[in-house]
Design a protein around this ligand. Structure first.
Ligand code: URA
Ligand code: SF4
Length: 228
């Protein structure tokens, strides 16, 4: 039987570009040359994840934005500043977490001088997943925090409605607990100062749940490891 809409036109994926010997450094270097989908063509550079190898928490965004594309680092633009502030309020500090994206190249359309963000297609998220998977296989975090639907779809491999599933913990991704919250850019997109403030408050509240869960599991595991 033919399923025309399900036949991927493009079978390329980042898998073909992964190095044999894997460390965060070798992945980062190899990802510079990735042509696993067509997004490398218009972007300035690959924006790979960043943070300590022994991070307990990995935060996954959607894709780099304009500033990230120019600087080659994740979450260094306006969304990143908001993220850093919210993380600190939840006592999850940016220096201690690993921050990455579901898609490693900036997708945009040029409108005059501005480069407007465009949402990546599912097929591009799938093509890029091997990088994320490889990062997670090395770091082996306790918690994977998905910032928005694209990240959650890449990790949980199903369609996600963030409004329904935010604030929940899922069993999950090779040993890590998965948590879904909104993307910090969604806070900007809200109209009105009050609404933005409320969204930000909820975002911080979500991150505090992550902090609490991390520390409660730490307590359990140290209790278990006490000599009897
Ligand atoms: N938005 C993202 O999802 N990732 C970034 O790195 C920056 C903005
Ligand atoms: Fe490769 Fe991902 Fe960039 Fe596509 S978006 S070219 S899969 S790194």
């Amino acid at each position: 039987m033919k399923l025309p809409h399900y036949q991927p036109k493009q079978t390329a994926s980042a898998v073909d570009f992964l190095p044999k010997r894997r460390s965060l450094g070798s992945l980062r270097t190899a990802a510079r040359c990735c042509k696993g989908c067509d997004l490398y063509k218009n972007a300035s550079q690959t924006v790979f994840g960043e943070g300590p190898k022994n991070a307990q928490v990995v935060l996954v965004g959607e894709q780099p934005g304009d500033v990230e594309d120019r600087q080659g680092r994740p979450f260094v633009g306006p969304a990143g500043r908001m993220l850093d502030k919210a993380l600190a309020e939840a006592r999850l500090y940016r220096e201690e977490v690993y921050v990455t994206n579901a898609v490693k190249h900036f997708k945009f359309i040029q409108r005059g001088k501005r480069r407007m963000h465009q949402k990546p297609l599912i097929r591009q998220v799938i093509s890029c997943h091997p990088w994320l998977q490889a990062e997670l296989a090395i770091i082996r975090p306790k918690m994977v925090v998905c910032l928005g639907a694209t990240a959650a779809q890449s990790i949980l491999k199903r369609l996600i409605r963030v409004t329904k599933e935010r604030g929940k913990f899922f069993d999950g991704y090779s040993g890590a607990t998965v948590f879904i919250t909104i993307h910090p850019s969604a806070i900007y997109r809200r109209r009105g100062e009050d609404e933005r403030r409320e969204q930000y408050r909820q975002f911080v509240a979500d991150l505090k749940l992550v902090y609490r869960r991390l520390h409660s599991t730490e307590e359990h595991s140290s209790r278990r490891s006490l000599p009897l």
